[in-house]
Design a protein around this ligand. Structure first.
Ligand SMILES: *Cc1c(COP(=O)(O)O)cnc(C)c1O
Length: 383
């Protein structure tokens, strides 16, 4: 057994990135400024998006979006339940109703067919998730959204660097990304909205900074009056330069880090292949580039004669950390009570929710770390 704890995720940060943060701290300008502007322009160049707006988290992006599209009572938002809680919470906070769609049992993504069945005259927004770095079947999903004239925004928290049919996620339509420490790149906390709709980008940019129509940096450098007025009430979600500068360094290495993640996932896939208690995800068969965000597997709880939670604690006893992406949202306390969600509603989501776990996966992991995880799994399952 290994003698040090292996976390399930760990940010990969270089000394040069740390020094760059230090430089910003010493520079006299630590909030949104030149580094924020450069990070946004680097993100545009990388994704091919017409415009990007950075904020303090992806959840802030969602809250700003909800305001920008006037999401409110009577509106429905189509979302998976196999996701992080952010979009569902923002939907509920807006007074709108989340409409949960079951995921595919083996890719954990929602399909165009399932989305179309969930559409009603009240549907205002569709937010599918590129799960674990695999990419949704966007041609089909875009066709359904267009046919019914409903806004589609991709939750691309797991998908920076991923591509669909040769096109980077974020280039077309609207997508939201996260720079939380476990994601493919980090700014400590942070997020971005990428869009090909300039009017929407401008509105998001204004709403994320008090609704002034300009942000702190613009006011200082672009000759706009500090007396700028509120055009409409907005939030305070601008990403400071001390964080943006970390993002600049991280983004320059995202392809390299994703390659390492891809190697680790490949190693796991091969080494776990012979263990029938471990059910791996199925990869979609259309053309896409995986962003290799999470190594998600399912435990066959019957064959293992053990619950997933017990399996996770057995791994922890062997110094192996794990994550849970995700406990389904619709059966969490608030959603059961406020929206009458009950077990049985989403069979494939619930099946996975009881069996899923994420194995350690981060760019600095070594071959020995991977072998330690596999050995611990075999030890628990008495292989
Ligand atoms: C991480 C994550 C979010 C939230 O991102 P934050 O930047 O932490 O707000 C939203 N959706 C999914 C699927 C995520 O994994």
């Amino acid at each position: 057994m290994r003698d040090t704890f292996l976390p399930f995720s760990k940010p990969c940060i270089t000394e040069a990135e740390i020094a760059a943060v230090g430089d910003v701290l010493r520079s006299g300008w630590i909030t949104t400024g030149p580094k924020g502007a450069q990070f946004e322009s680097d993100l545009k160049a990388y994704t091919g998006a017409a415009d990007v707006v950075c904020m303090t988290s992806e959840t802030s992006v969602m809250q700003t979006l909800a305001r920008a599209i006037d999401l409110g009572p009577g509106d429905e938002v189509i979302t998976p339940s196999m996701t992080w809680v952010s979009m569902v919470n923002i939907t509920a906070l807006s007074g709108a109703t989340p409409v949960f769609v079951d995921c595919d049992r083996d890719t954990l993504m929602i399909t165009a067919e399932a989305i179309e069945k969930a559409i009603t005259p009240r549907t205002k927004l569709i937010v599918p998730v590129h799960f674990a770095g695999a990419i949704l079947d966007m041609d089909k999903i875009r066709a359904v959204a267009a046919k019914h004239n409903i806004m589609l925004v991709e939750d691309a928290a797991h998908a920076l660097g991923g591509a669909y049919k040769g096109e980077k996620v974020g280039k077309k339509g609207h997508a939201m990304f996260s720079f939380h420490p476990i994601k493919n790149i980090t700014t400590g906390e942070g997020g971005m909205f990428a869009t090909d709709d300039q009017a929407l980008a401008d509105r998001m940019r204004s709403l994320k900074f008090h609704g002034l129509g300009v942000d702190a940096y613009d006011r200082q450098t672009h000759g706009r009056a500090p007396q700028a007025q509120v055009v409409e009430p907005g939030f305070k979600f601008n990403l400071p330069d001390m964080q943006a500068v970390l993002g600049i360094g991280q983004l320059a290495r995202v392809d390299e880090m994703n390659r390492k993640r891809g190697y680790i996932m490949q190693q796991y896939a091969e080494k776990l292949n012979s263990i029938d208690e471990i059910i791996q995800l199925k990869q979609p068969d259309y053309e896409f580039t995986h962003a290799h965000h999470l190594m998600v597997v399912r435990l066959d709880i019957n064959k293992a004669a053990m619950s997933r939670d017990d399996f996770m604690s057995e791994l922890k006893k062997r110094n192996i950390g794990t994550g849970l992406h995700f406990r389904c949202v619709h059966l969490q306390k608030y959603y059961r009570e406020a929206f009458n969600c009950a077990p049985g509603m989403l069979p494939d989501t619930e099946w996975n929710s009881e069996r899923i776990l994420s194995l350690p996966m981060f760019p600095d992991m070594t071959d020995q770390d991977i072998d330690d995880v596999v050995a611990a799994i075999k030890d628990i399952l008495k292989k």
